[in-house]
Write a protein that binds this ligand. Structure first.
Ligand SMILES: *Cc1c(COP(=O)(O)O)cnc(C)c1O
Length: 384
């Protein structure tokens, strides 16, 4: 059996090697390292793929979130509601901008922000909601957009983990993750579903004025060279990363499908297991539905409900199976984000998830032998 990896970047590289190497060689010869032709071309290609009017490339997914919030004109003291169960970048930029983060609990089935918890947290100071499309599927955007409209709030989608996912609205219409709210952000960190070979990110919006503001903000607030109209930052996607992304973007749907195929095999193997809960999608199809494209499985995350999660992590080490615990500590208990407003009883789901979740190897190159070995190892150990 091939050695099992958590992510397999080399396998993907072998497939696009000639194109990537040629594009990088051209960039080296022309020295157009920043804002070269590949960056502009990638921007257009991603706009077309996503069906969104504006893509603003930037330095990484954390910057993308921060710049989106700056572009919306959020001010110190404004409250921004986001999920307690996510990567810290989301809450980090809220705090950095001196906005007030308001963490709320998530849904036990989808791991995404809980709608009732959002509603409960809205105050007259609330200005925005940041749903994180965790592990590869959208939060409940029907309800979030409804709440936002009712309370006049911005919606900023943190789409670092769900690029390529479709969201299916209640009326059956579909839209790409990250293009539904007022603004969306993503990350091209190497291990993300569309990853480059360094850092990279992008912001998406259908709002022409906001797009203009954001394009200047990523480049020192300049709209005309050496004229600084607003305070900006330096956050650019470089040409080499754009060239890598241009080679990968046409394959993104196939990458997503390969992940879904692996997820389907995992879920089928775990069917009927009492102590193993497989990931649910918002369409309720357990990740084994043939036609569903709402989940792109950035992670395939199980819940181990009989208290053996930590022991399983240790057992995996002995068996040579990599795994991840995303995330082991709720944000409301992280030292940097402690706040006396938070009460433990407000986070029952997150507090339980951090003890039960385990993410299995998930990438586009997993083969059946590996999947069978992983699922058999989990089932044997959990029932032992
Ligand atoms: C990866 C990630 C980010 C940050 O992206 P970087 O490119 O690493 O800055 C933000 N939010 C979520 C949910 C992520 O998974």
């Amino acid at each position: 059996m091939k050695k099992i990896q958590m992510v397999d970047l080399n396998g993907q590289y072998q497939d696009i090697k000639d194109q990537v190497n040629d594009s990088i060689a051209t960039i080296l010869e022309t020295s157009a390292f920043i804002n070269g032709a590949d960056v502009k071309a990638f921007q257009k290609e991603l706009e077309t793929y996503l069906g969104v009017k504006h893509v603003i490339p930037c330095g990484n997914g954390t910057d993308a979130l921060q710049i989106a919030m700056m572009g919306l004109g959020l001010k110190p003291g404004d409250e921004v509601i986001t999920a307690d169960f996510t990567f810290a970048a989301t809450v980090e930029v809220i705090a950095l901008l001196k906005l007030t983060p308001v963490l709320v609990d998530v849904d036990a089935d989808t791991f995404n922000i809980d709608i009732a918890a959002i509603e409960k947290a809205i105050t007259p100071k609330t200005k925005a909601i940041v749903p994180v499309h965790l592990f590869g599927q959208c939060a409940n955007m029907d309800s979030i957009m409804e709440l936002a409209e009712k309370h006049n709030l911005y919606v900023i989608e943190d789409n670092a983990q769900a690029i390529g996912a479709n969201y299916t609205f209640k009326n059956g219409a579909k839209q790409k993750a990250g293009t539904i709210g007022h603004v969306g952000s993503t990350s091209f960190f190497p291990s993300k579903n569309l990853g480059c070979y360094g850092d990279g990110g992008a912001i998406f919006t259908n709002d022409d004025d906001l797009a203009h503001t954001l394009r200047g903000m990523v480049n020192h607030g300049m709209y005309v060279r050496y004229h600084h109209d607003v305070i900006g930052v330096n956050s650019r996607l470089d040409s080499i990363q754009a060239a890598v992304l241009r080679a990968k973007l046409p394959k993104l749907d196939a990458y997503c499908q390969a992940r879904r195929d692996a997820a389907k095999k995992y879920s089928m193997a775990f069917e009927g297991q009492e102590h193993i809960v497989v990931p649910k999608t918002t369409n309720g199809c357990d990740g084994i539905c043939e036609t569903c494209d709402c989940h792109v499985f950035h992670q395939y995350t199980l819940k181990i409900t009989n208290g053996k999660r930590d022991a399983l992590v240790e057992h995996f080490k002995e068996k040579g199976i990599p795994c991840g615990v995303y995330y082991p500590i709720p944000l409301h208990r992280q030292k940097a984000y402690l706040d006396e407003r938070y009460k433990e009883e407000d986070f029952p789901v997150t507090n339980q998830l951090v003890q039960e979740v385990i993410s299995l190897p998930m990438h586009t190159q997993l083969d059946d032998e590996q999947i069978n070995f992983i699922t058999a190892t989990v089932i044997d150990f959990v029932n032992d």
